[in-house]
Design a protein around this ligand. Structure first.
Ligand SMILES: [Zn+2]
Length: 286
């Protein structure tokens, strides 16, 4: 698609009621519980903000280091030891960088916090508890040198403080976070964290869902050219579509392809987010 025809195409699309039209002053922060969520929810939104001259950052709360199955497939080792799981986390972070590079997100906007996969909700529920020990990596503090704050303890207070520090650093005008209605506990926690942190800041917060209910997204697998349907769990939230151009849809798939570890175990689920629309809600709850 040429620039001119892309502009004509964009002008013909209805604006999403839930997604403020981006401009050069837009500073977007995408809150991703795990590497790959930012592509599934928001690769189109990211491209549109960058195309409008805005800035984009992504914060990954965990490094996705909590999947024995994923690690088994990739590392080709049945060992469930901490060293393998940390190596798996590092690999997913490298994939996240490659995916973000594909969309044109600057390296300075690629932010990893390195909290424990599967542990976010426990951390938020009891912020004063002693540091949590990841059953996967055996870590009780951020073990990744390339994270923003290596060595910060796995406590709820530290997670909140680090997330606040990211908001202070990025100064987003627009935050895209998971809805607390998502069925994955890390996603629920990410939504609660974003909502609490945004409450006392001047920014627009919009919600998306990835684990939206049994069988969703339907149909499963790669079916480009059709819109994403509303997830059963998000029906009460009245999510509004953001329209992607064919070129944006193609690039979303190219970015997703950076996630070799995830595509080996989850391809039909992941590729079913390659659609002509992304859905965002104004409300976190019905
Ligand atoms: Zn996730």
């Amino acid at each position: 698609m040429s620039a001119a025809s892309a502009a004509t195409w964009a002008a013909a699309q209805p604006a999403s009621a839930a997604f403020p039209p981006p401009d050069p002053h837009t500073t977007l922060l995408v809150v991703a519980p795990h590497p790959d969520d930012e592509i599934l929810c928001c690769a189109g939104a990211i491209q549109q903000v960058l195309a409008a001259g805005g800035r984009v950052s992504i914060v990954w709360l965990t490094s996705g280091d909590g999947s024995y199955l994923g690690a088994l497939v990739i590392e080709k080792s049945p060992l469930r030891d901490a060293r393998h799981m940390r190596a798996y986390g590092m690999r997913r972070m490298a994939e996240a960088r490659a995916a973000a590079d594909t969309l044109g997100v600057a390296r300075s906007g690629q932010l990893f916090l390195g909290y424990p996969d599967g542990g976010l909700l426990s951390l938020l529920r009891d912020p004063a508890a002693p540091p949590l020990r990841s059953k996967f990596t055996d870590a009780t503090s951020v073990p990744y040198p390339e994270a923003l704050y290596p060595g910060h303890p796995y406590t709820g207070a530290s997670l909140r403080a680090d997330f606040d520090a990211v908001l202070a650093q990025v100064h987003p005008t627009l935050v895209l976070a998971p809805t607390p209605l998502d069925s994955h506990p890390d996603h629920r926690a990410a939504g609660l964290l974003a909502r609490a942190a945004a409450a006392h800041r001047e920014l627009t917060l919009r919600y998306w869902i990835v684990h939206g209910g049994e069988g969703w997204p339907s149909p499963r697998g790669l079916s480009p050219g059709i819109p994403l349907t509303v997830a059963p769990r998000a029906r009460g939230l009245d999510p509004q579509p953001l329209q992607l151009s064919p070129a944006e849809e193609d690039r979303k798939l190219a970015a997703l392809n950076a996630y070799a570890t995830q595509l080996k175990v989850l391809t039909p689920f992941l590729t079913s987010f390659i659609r002509t629309t992304e859905l965002f809600s104004v409300r976190a709850e019905p």
